[in-house]
Each structure stands twice: as C-alpha cells, then as structure tokens.
Design a protein around this ligand. Structure first.
Ligand SMILES: C[S@@+](CC[C@H](N)C(=O)[O-])C[C@H]1O[C@@H](n2cnc3c(N)ncnc32)[C@H](O)[C@@H]1O
Length: 273
C-alpha cells in the first residue's frame, strides 16, 4: 500500500517518532518565537502521556491502529502493555519493522480490512480516527475487542458547518455522526475530554514559521526570477497560478481560529457493551 508523503515529510523534518499535534499544558504562557523543535517533541511526548492516562487500569493488550512511526507504541511498551501495531502505509511499515524487530507484531493494512486472530483489551486510535470509515471502524472494533474492552480515540471532529468551502469541513468526521455510530454499534461513551485548547499552539507555530521564513523566502524567489528571467517567470506564473492559489488555500488548515470555528480536538473513551 502506498506511502502518505505528507506524513513522511513531517517525520523527516521534525524528526520525531510521533505524527500528532502534541499537547500544551499552558499554551497561553508560550512565546512562539522562542519555541524550538525540541519543545514540539516534548509537547508530542506530553500528548501520549496525557492520552495514556485515559487507559483503564485493567488493560493489558493494545492494538495501536494507525501507529505512524511508533512513538506512541514505544511509550506504551515501556509502560508494560503488550502491543500490536497496524498501518496501511509502506514507509511506516519499514520504520516500525526496523525499530521494533520481533517485539511488535505489525499488520500492514487498513483497519477496515484487518482480520485478527487475537482479541484485544483496548484499541488506540491516536489521530487516525479521521482516516477510518466511521461505521466500518466501529464494526471492526467490535470484532477485535473483548467484551467490555475499550476504544480510545483521539482526533479532531467537525461540530459546526456553514455554507463555506473551508477545508476544515473536509477530511474530519462529523462529531454527531461519529457519536451516533458508536451507540448504534454498541459502544458506550464513558469519558471525553476536549483538548482543542491544548493542541492549537502547534498550528500557531506552523503558521508562525510560514509567515516568518517561508513566505519571505518565496517573495524573494519570485522577485529574483522576475528580475533575472522575466519571460520565463511570466509564463510559469500563468501556468501555475491556479495551483498556487490552491496551495495557498491549504494554509487555512494551519489557521487555529478557523480550526476552532469548525472543529474540536477530542479524546473519547468508549466501552464495548
Ligand atoms: C496522523 S498519523 C498518526 C500516527 C500515530 N498514531 C501518532 O499519533 O503519532 C495517522 C495514521 O493513521 C494511518 N491510517 C491512515 N488510514 C488508515 C486506515 N484506513 N486504517 C488504519 N490506519 C490508517 C496512517 O497511515 C498513520 O499511521
């Protein structure tokens, strides 16, 4: 199965073993210009530390669904859980096999297509819920969990819609549909936590980097090309202007005000009943 090159880019640039937003305890006290990549990695560690605090005490075995490049898996193995990992992504497969060798059984497939011989106490979906079909995901979770087992999902959901074409309305599940499907498929919501305020600083930092480094660099590149190669530069401008506008629109995704308008970043702990 193919590689998600956006996720691969994050893993190569941030060089962290996590592919999620991170968790900020006191975001209002943080000065963006003083942040380092290490601060982002520390926030990503706090995210799994906080998320793991929702794992019920009796849990022994975990299926890490959408395991990324293994940061959460490492954390949970160190805590003493037995763990299997799953991802459809070929690049992530190579990283996980190299990192854990025989210590972790890895399943290279979409969760919807997973066929399991093992039954788990808990399924973890850390920022992978929105990739998985809602109904098929709950149906599969029922099959793979023991009776009374848990599904711990941490991801962003759309709670408000308007007529806009905002990208925040795409590639996230509708919150009400998700919660209704949980009920229909025999899952009881036993805990929830809104971590939007604890996660948005990562978007603000991405936005800060774009405005401080990327935009001025592009401006300079365009200025330089116009000056030195005016004809080619005009032709390329005409050719790529639509594509460029599309890319610019994608920057809305790192606008935390727009995120807050449409989405909430939730932790949901469900129990199979
Ligand atoms: C944003 S990453 C999160 C990675 C990791 N859980 C973390 O918190 O660092 C999303 C993960 O979901 C995986 N994924 C995408 N589609 C999936 C599917 N249909 N079933 C299971 N995992 C999927 C991706 O390959 C990736 O591992």
């Amino acid at each position: 199965m193919p590689t998600d090159h956006v996720l691969k880019l994050y893993s190569k640039t941030i060089q962290s073993s996590f592919l999620h937003y991170g968790f900020w305890d006191d975001p209002e006290d943080v000065e963006l210009s003083s942040l380092s990549l290490q601060d982002i990695k520390n926030a990503q560690y706090r995210y799994i530390d906080h998320l793991a605090s929702f794992i019920p005490k009796e849990t022994k075995s975990i299926l890490d669904v959408g395991c990324g490049i293994g940061g959460n898996a490492s954390f949970l193995l160190k805590k003493g859980y037995s763990l299997e990992a799953l991802s459809p992504d070929s690049y992530q497969k190579s990283v996980i096999l190299e990192k854990f060798k025989q210590d972790v059984t890895f399943h290279h497939c979409k969760f919807e297509e997973f066929e399991s011989k093992t039954i788990f106490d808990l399924i973890l979906e850390s920022e992978s819920t929105c990739y998985i079909d809602i109904h098929q995901g709950f149906k599969k979770a029922r099959k793979v969990l023991r009776n009374g087992g848990y599904l711990l999902a941490s991801d962003y959901f759309v709670f408000y819609r308007d007529q806009s074409k905002s990208l925040h309305l795409k590639s996230s599940h509708d919150m009400n549909k998700y919660l209704e499907s949980a009920k229909e498929n025999g899952f009881e919501l036993i805990k929830q936590y809104d971590q939007t305020d604890n996660t948005m600083l990562t978007l603000d930092y991405a936005n800060y980097l774009v405005e401080r480094f990327i935009n001025p660099t592009i401006d300079y590149g365009v200025f330089s090309a116009n000056k030195n190669f005016p004809k080619i530069s005009r032709a390329l401008g005409l050719l790529f202007s639509k594509k460029w506008q599309k890319k610019q629109n994608q920057l809305d995704l790192i606008n935390s005000d727009l995120f807050r308008k449409y989405r909430k970043y939730m932790i949901y702990l469900f129990q199979k009943i």
